[in-house]
Design a protein around this ligand. Structure first.
Ligand SMILES: [Zn+2]
Length: 79
């Protein structure tokens, strides 16, 4: 399968950190995605329906505080 963005690169499965935004919080979730070998620098990744469902579930669990993953960083705002 070829990338629909650059139409040159091949799509290969790769472990990536999917990022979910919940308010000002960002969740980093390691998942398997289909990534273009040419334009992966731009962060273009294709998730399967199954992975999308998994990410939705992680978001729900986080919002409902069913899971409390460790924090690896903070968001600072200069006003
Ligand atoms: Zn590409």
């Amino acid at each position: 399968m070829r990338c629909v963005i650059c139409k040159r690169g091949m799509i290969t499965p790769e472990k990536v950190q999917a990022e979910i935004k919940v308010g000002t919080d960002h969740l980093l979730v390691p998942v398997e995605a289909e990534v273009c070998e040419v334009c992966k620098e731009c962060g273009e990744a294709y998730y399967s329906t199954e992975t999308m469902r998994y990410l939705d579930q992680v978001r729900d669990n986080f919002v409902q505080k069913a899971i409390t993953p460790p924090s690896v960083g903070h968001v600072y705002q200069i006003s």
